[in-house]
Design a protein around this ligand. Sequence first.
Ligand code: CA
Length: 252
Amino acid sequence: MVPMAGAEFTGVVGRALVVEDERPLAALVASYLERDGFEVAQAYDGAAAIEVARSLDPDVVVLDLGLPGVDGVEVCRRLRTFSDCYIVMLTARTDEIDRLIGLSVGADDYVSKPFSPRELLARVHAMLRRPRASGTRPGPVEEPVRAFGPLRIDPAGREAFLGGVLVALTRTEFDVLEALSARPRFAFSRRQLIEAVWGASWVGDEHLVDVHVGHLRRKLGDDPGAPRFIRTVRGVGYRMGPGTDKSAAGDA
Ligand code: CA
């Protein structure tokens, strides 16, 4: 795909897949992404989305929740079995985001309709600015592995190990864990985590943080009632590091 004249990009910035059965909306979102330098494919139902994603190997998937046949939640689940692409889920109503939080579907971000394509693009860019799993960024200093009891977090390799076993995290989940573990004992507000992971320009429902912390806790086998790794700081947000309550002895 040739970038448009005047575009700041000098090549394809990535591959994007737009999954939306409302074809005019799919075309609109696709046109914005193309103008931004993405190679874009469109799919109009869930089954086609999975098929296209397997061959395209997208960096970003804009995924509508309401699809005929296989719905967005199921598409997201299936995508996550073979891809760690960035998934932005489109929902028809703001309150659907709460339901999605409960379902733990594995999307990286949520945008409710109606939305501005510019806002969507801003979010995609914020996500893509983050380091990639392949780790091609030249880091000035190799960061040491962080240890929290049986949990090891390797910022350079972007991997987490629990009892020596690799934990399969999405990029966003790793980024949240990376941010929290970079400042152990520091109580992050949701907004501070948003800024650390999604960027200062991110606008939306800050409970997105809870979605990802929920996923992390599940994957780390953490009980929210008695967490070993990610603690809830009531009225503030989250932190890592040893517990402060006197009953919580034994944190190494
Ligand atoms: Ca739809």
